[in-house]
Design a protein around this ligand. Structure first.
Ligand SMILES: C[S@@+](CC[C@H](N)C(=O)[O-])C[C@H]1O[C@@H](n2cnc3c(N)ncnc32)[C@H](O)[C@@H]1O
Length: 236
């Protein structure tokens, strides 16, 4: 058994809960409590624009995770993967809500160093991380290994067109159950077609306004608001 799968099975047997939050039963954690906890997660020190390193804001991250947990029960005691985990706001939230184990995947060593210090700060035993290029993940290694995949993928706007769909294809290969992801609303029709081709059910759970940092000197504003869909994909 892979090391991290072993860790998962040991954790599930012991029903270990995050130490830091063990006094709050996970089902009872309020949205506001989750959001204020996620405000403590450190983010990118020097974001790399080509890797689309902008963190999910605590409010959006909390709303996503709260819904995944309370409406769909797809976090507690589940094996969760977070693709393009960055500094770990989604992973930390999933772990706090009682994931059996949450494994973050990211290409960037600097981001994973911050991820690691966040995990230490929160004293979370149910988090692990893997440095890799998500687009090159060998499909047999992680295929159908996770109950739930969560992600805020690169949108493919930085000379990396199609990156969002590569992340989605990988996520669907890795999950046995469901994938939760953020995508630009302007790509909804295209994603729906792909979901139909892949025989996956797609449900837009929420439409969000998302502020992306402006990336070029000629951009006048510091950030631009774009419309983003929060989508749930499940196997038909
Ligand atoms: C929009 S950020 C999201 C970060 C984090 N999940 C969050 O919600 O705050 C996208 C992340 O994808 C990572 N990334 C970009 N290309 C990648 C690739 N090919 N493989 C793995 N991670 C990648 C970036 O380093 C970055 O951390």
């Amino acid at each position: 058994m892979q090391d991290w799968l072993l860790k998962y099975s040991q954790l599930s047997q012991r029903q270990q809960k995050p130490l830091f939050f063990k006094s709050i039963p996970v089902k009872k954690m309020k949205l506001k409590e989750l959001e204020s906890c996620l405000q403590e997660v450190d983010v990118f020190e020097e974001p790399k624009l080509l890797l689309e390193q902008y963190p999910t804001r605590p409010h959006i991250a909390a709303c996503m995770l709260y819904t995944i947990h309370n409406t769909f029960d797809d976090i507690e005691n589940k094996l969760v993967a977070d693709l393009g985990c960055g500094c770990g706001v989604l992973s930390v939230g999933a772990a706090v809500l009682g994931a059996g184990l949450c494994v973050g995947f990211d290409i960037d060593k600097d981001a994973l160093e911050i991820f690691s210090s966040n995990v230490e700060q929160f004293e979370l035993p149910n988090i692990d991380m893997i440095q890799c290029d998500v687009c090159l993940l060998q499909s047999d290694r992680f295929s159908k290994r996770f109950d739930t995949v969560i992600m805020n993928p690169p949108f493919g706007t930085k000379h990396n067109k199609g990156m969002d769909m590569q992340f989605l294809r990988t996520a669907l290969d890795m999950a046995t159950g469901v994938v939760y992801s953020l995508h630009k609303t302007s790509t909804r029709e295209h994603i729906q077609k792909k979901a139909d081709d892949w025989k996956v059910k797609m449900e837009v759970i929420a439409e969000l306004r998302y502020d992306l940092p402006a990336s070029y000197k000629f951009h006048k504003k510091k950030s631009v608001d774009i419309e983003v869909d929060f989508i749930r994909f499940s196997m038909k």
